[in-house]
Design a protein around this ligand. Structure first.
Ligand code: PLP
Length: 411
């Protein structure tokens, strides 16, 4: 037998969504007639917009002919898509990003999970709490987390930045020197955002303290308020300290199609074991080209159609649809006195569980009394205890029905 990576033994329990699935399956087995509505896992429910489908069909036809067939493409992505991203997501907002700074991939989960590989083993990592679990678990696997403390529900060597109603879900700066800071805005799970001035504080801090911000902006398309920054690069100097992650998953219904991108500016620097300066971009390029062979051509053509005039219109309609669901949930819950957060610039509604119930107790109550599956806040970290997440990605009918059922519960 071969010794396996010892750090995997530090991973805690089953992944949050497996536990949810387990409880749901058990409930359905015991209550086969219950009509379950899932507002739990963040998956979308509407079909792909027409402009994308058309572009993907055309790309398949190209692949069918030897004259237009394409095999392996550039690992970083085709230029037609990289240019569309640069023009629409950055240049149109006054941000200058070069084509060798954009890396296409098959999803932000892989990117935010893989990025830690290019940092030193002894880097100290800071995460928001509650947190998208991938940031933590991938650092546990890499051996950066230290031991798990079951009393605090936290890893000893990770710096947790609390985000609760008390600080309006805006974390304080780290209390000790850290090397890597994961920030997620609009936030999953809380649905909250930072203003430009608040984000600037983080950029300034990273500059002064020589750390790198990993800025996960998978939900950027859901921002509705004009003063909320859409990219960390709107903040002066951010290119020297930040990597940005974006995904087509929720924006364009690509959760099954798979496409995302990561921006690693050439200004961003680190140093090697001898203290010699190096470009983070070079390391990520090396990692990406060694371990990844490019997003499929058909997928990239579909993603490029997001930026066509029809694509833009259809994407907007899609996002508006989900954000109307968000409003229905927010208003419905608020009307019965539940404290709700998020849901204005993000497709997530973060609620305070009624009567101080713990997150899993509320999960079980919601499942058994209203037959609704949501996500317990504590699954995202200790600071999520007493909170609960609902998503706006359901169908309109299910969203309305779910809100009605919650309104009829005895809370
Ligand atoms: N980042 C955050 C904060 C997410 O919530 C998700 C998906 O739920 C992802 C990244 C992963 O997105 P993708 O589908 O591109 O892998």
């Amino acid at each position: 037998m071969t010794q396996m990576n010892p750090y995997y033994s530090e991973l805690q329990g089953s992944y949050l969504f497996s536990e949810i699935a387990k409880r749901r399956t058990k409930f359905v087995q015991e209550n086969p007639n219950a009509e379950i509505i899932s507002l739990g896992i963040g998956d979308v429910t509407r079909g792909l917009p027409e402009a994308i489908v058309k572009a993907m069909h055309a790309a398949v036809d190209e692949l069918a002919q030897p004259e237009t067939f394409r095999g392996y493409g550039p690992e970083q992505g085709y230029d037609f898509l990289i240019q569309a991203i640069i023009e629409n997501d950055y240049k149109a907002r006054g941000i200058d990003i070069q084509s060798n700074e954009v890396f296409l991939s098959d999803g932000s989960k892989c990117d935010v999970g893989n990025i830690q590989e290019i940092f030193s083993q002894d880097s100290i990592v800071a995460v928001q709490d509650p947190v998208y679990p991938v940031y933590v678990d991938t650092n546990v696997m890499a051996g950066r987390s230290g031991k798990f403390n079951s009393e605090t529900n936290r890893y000893e060597n990770i710096e947790y930045l609390d985000c609760t109603a008390e600080n309006n879900f805006k974390p304080s700066l780290p209390k000790r020197k850290v090397d890597i800071i994961y920030l997620c805005y609009p936030n999953n799970p809380t649905g909250m955002t930072l203003s430009k001035a608040e984000l600037k504080k983080w950029v300034d801090y990273a500059k002064e303290n020589n750390c790198i911000i990993l800025y996960d902006s998978a939900y950027e398309a859901f921002i509705t308020e004009s003063d909320v920054p859409r990219s960390i690069y709107e903040i002066e100097g951010a290119k020297e300290v930040a990597i940005e992650f974006r995904s087509f998953s929720k924006t364009a219904g690509f959760t099954g199609v798979r496409c995302a991108y990561t921006v690693v500016p050439r200004e961003l620097k680190g140093f090697d074991k001898d203290g010699k300066e190096l470009l983070v971009n070079d390391l990520w390029n090396r990692r990406h080209t060694t371990k990844f062979n490019g997003v499929s051509y058909v997928t990239q053509r579909g993603a490029a159609a997001v930026y066509s005039p029809e694509g833009k219109e259809q994407i907007k309609a899609l996002v508006d649809f989900y954000m109307t669901n968000a409003r229905i949930i927010r208003d419905g819950l608020a009307s019965i006195g539940i404290e709700v957060f998020g849901g204005v610039n993000a497709p997530y509604i973060w609620l305070k569980t009624p009567n101080g119930m713990d997150s899993w107790a509320f999960f079980d109550k919601l499942l058994s009394e209203a037959n609704i599956v949501g996500t317990p806040g504590v699954g995202f970290g200790q600071s999520g205890q007493g909170y609960f997440r609902l998503t706006a990605f359901g169908t309109r009918e299910n969203t309305e029905k779910a809100v009605e059922r919650i309104r009829n519960m005895s809370l």
